[in-house]
Design a protein around this ligand. Structure first.
Ligand code: ACM
Length: 628
């Protein structure tokens, strides 16, 4: 019997000794201590704090365990096992506001922190130490054991964000909450809510009711966004859309705060304002009636960031009524969102209509404004004054640098890192969110099974993001953010698919010490989180498991290279129109794709079991992929 017990213990130890590898983001320090804490119904929880937030975080944890079948008691004198939650009396200077200590041995779990946010984060780590079965919906567990360990953990950056665009597609309050809840589990702490754009105005502004009566609704269209969708017909009813009432916004703000998340609302201006102008066309230069765009093509892009708007979608910066409008909007926005920042957009504002308008031109002369960029800068500076008059700080996309940056502005660098570098060198705070590493709308796998967007971002590239360039003082880099633009994201499950696991890569970049970042370790842990998402029936992209197909020409032959960036796998393929790939050839090196009406079939396996999706690419498509 003893031997059986010993064997069992060894098996458990082997299974659990990987526990540290499951935590995302990887903690600052993790020491295993060869003990095991097993949950049962005698476990007592002692909340040694009067702090409301600490009590609430602990109560959330108690209910979570209850759902899984484990009832914690608050005063079981006979209990040998205790969970202690407390705020430190003497602050730990290393740990900051969001760090925590977590100690687990056979009989105790002790979670302590300087501040409630640290307690919240410690609970997220504790949850990830549980078996992936813990994430199964509506399932009670018969046993729950975690490996003993000692963790000290705190974040590298204070801004660890995700942006969700709710204009291009509308997401309900419950959907937004699901998004917020999941990001909090990865210790992300800023939810940037992109509330307005050409395709819909989503926040109730009581003093400007048409913004939501008109601006929140568009005619319904399907098909390629920004390409072939037909324009609205005369008198066609606008039925697609929605908006958040102020009560709903308050509810979401509270929900986020309960998860250590600050919401940064974005009201995008002076560009991206077609929905606002559909409601109040008098705020444009031409003052023409407009529709809320249902995703029609109304711009032309010439490369190098140059573009033309075929329909005016900018506010008129030379009109005082526009600043009254901005003031009304930000008065209400500032009252709804308790965070320090309001995002004013500032991106992709087209100057063409300003240049054509004689009132704008005389305004520019009068104010000694040389060109459209300076006029945009004038606008941003006025908006900055309005926002700071409401007790808030302005943040905007990196275009707000052009023509001169407003004194107190924080810059969100999206067109690469250069805007961020320039702003930091001018002594401004920066959030790094370059398209090349942080755009979650970009394609993450092979085009044969993924939507083609205008650019790609693999999980591995996303993980390689380093937010602090060598040439700047790191104190100006508040952190970073992933952005999910929703042109091609009509549902919340698909938003999850596009966000995860790349948001895990970003969470580790923003939280963990740079020296602990390691792709091999990360991808191992991600595979564990795939199971967690599967168990919770949440959508997550496993594109990283698929073969990466590279096609090139060599000596007049079409050659194919297959690889992936995960360990312990084999790739199988066929190039003779047979399938499945499992019964084809094991990939050992680049091979020729013969002439003819052929398709490549390929798939990733581990120990003979398919782990990636079957990919099929016709020869004609392969030819188009040739790397020059
Ligand atoms: C942006 O992607 N237009 C900020």
């Amino acid at each position: 019997m003893k031997t059986i017990l010993k064997i069992l213990l060894v098996i458990i130890t082997i299974q659990l000794s990987n526990a540290q590898n499951n935590i995302i983001p990887v903690p600052v320090s993790f020491k295993s201590n060869d003990s095991f804490f097993t949950f049962d119904n005698t476990v007592q929880i002692k909340i040694q704090s009067e702090d409301e937030k600490v009590i609430q975080y602990a109560e959330n944890f108690i209910s979570l365990l209850k759902e899984k079948g484990f009832q914690l008691s608050s005063n079981n004198q006979k209990s040998k096992k205790t969970i202690t939650i407390k705020l430190l009396k003497t602050l730990d200077s290393e740990m900051g506001n969001e760090g925590y200590n977590l100690k687990i041995d056979n009989n105790t779990i002790s979670l302590s922190a300087n501040k409630p946010a640290g307690i919240f984060n410690g609970f997220q780590t504790l949850r990830q130490l549980f078996t992936p079965k813990f994430e199964q919906n509506n399932q009670k567990l018969s046993t729950l054991t975690i490996e003993g360990c000692e963790i000290k953990d705190y974040p590298r950056f204070k801004w660890r964000g995700l942006m969700l665009d709710v204009s291009r597609h509308f997401f309900t309050v419950d959907e937004v909450k699901t998004y917020i809840d999941k990001m909090s589990q990865y210790k992300l702490n800023v939810f940037h809510w992109h509330l307005t754009d050409d395709e819909g105005w989503r926040i109730e502004i009581k003093s400007l009711p048409k913004l939501t009566e008109v601006g929140a609704w568009r005619v319904e269209r399907f098909g390629a966004f920004g390409k072939s969708r037909p324009y609205p017909k005369p008198h066609e009813k606008a039925t697609y859309g929605g908006f958040y009432t102020q009560e709903q916004i308050k509810d979401v703000v509270k929900y986020a705060a309960e998860r250590n998340i600050t919401i940064v609302p974005e009201i995008d201006m002076p560009g991206h304002s077609m929905a606002a102008l559909a409601a109040y066309p008098e705020l444009s230069t031409k003052k023409e009636p407009k529709f809320v765009s249902p995703g029609v093509k109304f711009s032309e892009w010439y490369g190098n960031g140059k573009f033309k708007m075929l329909i005016e979608n900018t506010l008129n910066p030379a009109d005082e009524n526009v600043y009254d409008f901005v003031d009304k909007v930000f008065t209400e926005v500032a009252q709804l969102f308790p965070g320090d920042y309001i995002h004013m957009g500032g991106d992709e504002a087209y100057n063409g209509y300003w240049e054509e308008d004689k009132d704008v031109q005389s305004f520019m002369k009068e104010h000694n404004i040389a060109d459209g960029k300076e006029l945009q800068s004038y606008f941003v500076k006025r908006v900055e004054k309005i926002i700071s008059s409401k007790g808030k700080k302005l943040i905007g996309w990196d275009e707000i640098l052009e023509g001169g940056l407003a004194d107190e502005a924080t810059v969100m660098s999206w067109r690469g890192m250069k805007g961020g570098i320039e702003a930091a060198k001018l002594g401004h705070d920066v959030v790094m969110t370059p398209t090349t590493f942080a755009y979650l709308d970009y394609t993450q796998g092979d085009y044969s099974v993924e939507n083609k967007v205008y650019a790609d971002l693999s999980l591995e590239t996303c993980y390689s993001f380093e937010p602090v360039p060598d040439t700047v003082d790191s104190k100006f880099i508040l952190g970073g953010q992933g952005n999910l633009w929703a042109e091609k994201v009509p549902t919340m499950p698909f938003a999850f698919y596009m966000t995860y696991p790349r948001a895990m890569a970003l969470s580790e970049t923003f939280w963990s010490p740079k020296t602990l970042k390691n792709w091999a370790s990360f991808i191992n842990r991600v595979e564990n989180h795939f199971t967690r998402f599967d168990n919770a029936n949440l959508n997550i992209s496993k594109a990283v498991l698929d073969p990466i197909i590279t096609i090139y020409e060599q000596n007049g032959k079409l050659m194919c290279e297959l690889k992936n960036s995960i360990p312990n796998t084999e790739i199988f393929y066929t190039i003779n129109n047979t399938y499945p790939a499992k019964f084809g050839l094991k990939y050992t090196g680049p091979f020729e794709i013969p002439e003819g009406d052929l398709s490549l079939h390929t798939q990733t396996f581990r120990n003979g079991i398919a782990i990636g999706r079957p990919l099929k690419v016709d020869r004609t498509d392969l030819e188009k992929r040739v790397k020059k």
